[in-house]
Design a protein around this ligand. Structure first.
Ligand code: ATP
Ligand code: MG
Ligand code: ZN
Length: 430
């Protein structure tokens, strides 16, 4: 892809309305544009990063044995009445009426809809356990939509639901999802803490949240510096010592990026959602539900990884992994050379290279590439090219390497294959 074909529009002044760094950098880098409070356009760069995150989430859900479905965002009020959440959910639920004055909710979550789906579909114990997931836009009339993608009124969530025959089987589904979550966050290059949490409006018996530790987080977690124990502050109360190893605990702010709940029969019971056991008896499903804030993850990643020049994307989340920067105008021949080099890299990493072919000063190209956070910048100057070499700048470390053009594919492959980075994150066009 070339920047001259793309609406590649960056801003170098600070946006007044943005309070946190991820929001500022996403506006400045041209990732998102505000439409109204809590509502954003994803511009081409933002949409690509979002799709990369979705692809990883999808792969890991499928690896964990879950099946993708797609349910309507518009949900009839009758389903919400059956679980009493039509009354209890409160003002966060967007409620609308159709032309016949029938009431609907714009789905903030899908427990009712999926339970209704399951009770018609999963009739026999032989079909269970099953986990279904979707990646979909959710709606919540948040009291304070803010911080850009962090707390929107419309946002992208991955939500999964498990249906099991017993509480033991339900717990096994829950553990499989917890493991899948760790794989998702590690592939995305994020450091997360899993914390014990409150079950809140969703209900059920146990729950864990996945937290990205960051100064701008709206949650507080209490954690143990010497073991993996951590808890949501509501649940930890005034605890001063780790219940596992007695070390004094510490507190920090964090961003919730995922949440898993063991629901038991919280939904299957009021909705009469049951299967036939081997003796032909109607038995309620033991359910679990599992959310990941897909769009919030983009913001959380930037909160965790940026510097004064801009975003430092984890490899898996950058809209393009490689940005080629020819430092000369059309007449210099550097742009044409840049396109040839991009084509060479694309042979091995299809669709993952952007060429900045604008007629712009080198300083402008460098600043934009740093702001947008492309992990590898391939810099083409007259002098190096005369010797058939390019300079590669690694965004994260700032290190620079001079690499002969014939060895470029291999160098990039080695770089992406280093421990801690993953070639399998380049999955967009596979
Ligand atoms: N308004 C929002 N904007 C963006 N992402 C959100 C929003 N609300 C929730 N999420 C994401 O969806 C995931 C699953 O939703 P869940 O109902 O568990 O959230 P929640 O507990 O209401 O989150 P929060 O406490 O931040 O409001 C959350 O872990 C979070 O990552
Ligand atoms: Mg909430
Ligand atoms: Zn401990």
């Amino acid at each position: 892809m070339r920047t001259t074909r793309l609406p590649y529009v960056t801003f170098h002044e600070e946006p007044a309305e943005a309070e946190v760094v991820s929001h500022r950098l996403m506006l400045r880098g041209g990732y998102v544009k505000k439409v109204a409070g809590g509502l954003y356009d994803f511009l081409p760069l933002g949409a690509r990063s979002l799709r990369k995150v979705e692809a990883i989430v999808r792969e890991e859900m499928e690896r964990a044995g879950a099946f993708e479905v797609l349910m309507p965002a518009l949900q009839p009020s009758e389903l919400w009445q059956a679980t009493e959440r039509w009354e209890k959910y409160g003002k966060e639920l967007f409620r609308i009426q159709d032309r016949h004055e029938r009431s609907f909710a714009l789905g903030p979550t899908h427990e009712e809809v999926v339970t209704d789906l399951a009770r018609g579909l999963l009739r026999s114990y032989r079909q269970l356990p099953v986990t279904l997931f979707q990646i979909q836009t959710k709606f919540r009339d948040e009291m304070r939509p803010r911080f850009g993608l962090m707390r929107g009124r419309e946002f992208v969530m991955k939500d999964a639901y498990s249906f099991a025959r017993s509480s033991e089987e339900g717990s096994a589904c829950y553990r499989v999802m917890q493991e899948a979550y760790f794989r998702v966050f590690s592939r995305l290059g994020l450091t997360v803490r899993m914390v014990e949490a409150d079950t809140g409006m969703i209900g059920g018996s146990s729950s864990h949240e996945f937290m990205v530790l960051a100064p701008s987080g709206e949650d507080t977690v209490v954690y143990c510096p010497s073991c993996s124990w951590a808890s949501n502050v509501e649940l930890a109360g005034a605890a001063t010592h780790c219940p596992i190893c007695q070390t004094p605990v510490e507190r920090t702010t964090a961003i919730e990026v995922g949440h898993v709940f063991d629901l038991g029969a919280r939904y299957s019971e009021p909705m009469g959602a049951a299967f036939l056991d081997p003796d032909g008896r109607e038995t309620l499903y033991h359910m679990g539900c599992y959310g990941i804030g897909v769009s919030r993850l983009l913001a959380a990643a930037i909160e965790q990884s940026h510097d004064e020049s801009g975003i430092i994307w984890p490899l898996a989340m950058a809209p393009w992994t490689v940005c080629v920067l020819p430092l000369g105008g059309k007449d210099s021949g550097l742009t044409a050379k840049g396109e040839r080099i991009a084509a060479i890299i694309e042979e091995r990493f299809p669709g993952d290279v952007l060429v900045d072919d604008r007629e712009a000063r080198p300083g402008v190209k460098f600043a934009d590439a740093d702001l947008c956070g492309f992990p590898l910048q391939i810099i083409l100057g007259e002098k190096n090219l005369r010797d058939d070499r390019v300079e590669i700048k690694v965004r994260k470390s700032g290190e620079r390497h001079v690499v002969p053009v014939p060895g470029l594919q291999e160098w990039i492959g080695d770089f992406l294959g280093r421990p801690g980075s993953m070639v399998d994150t380049l999955i967009l066009d596979r």
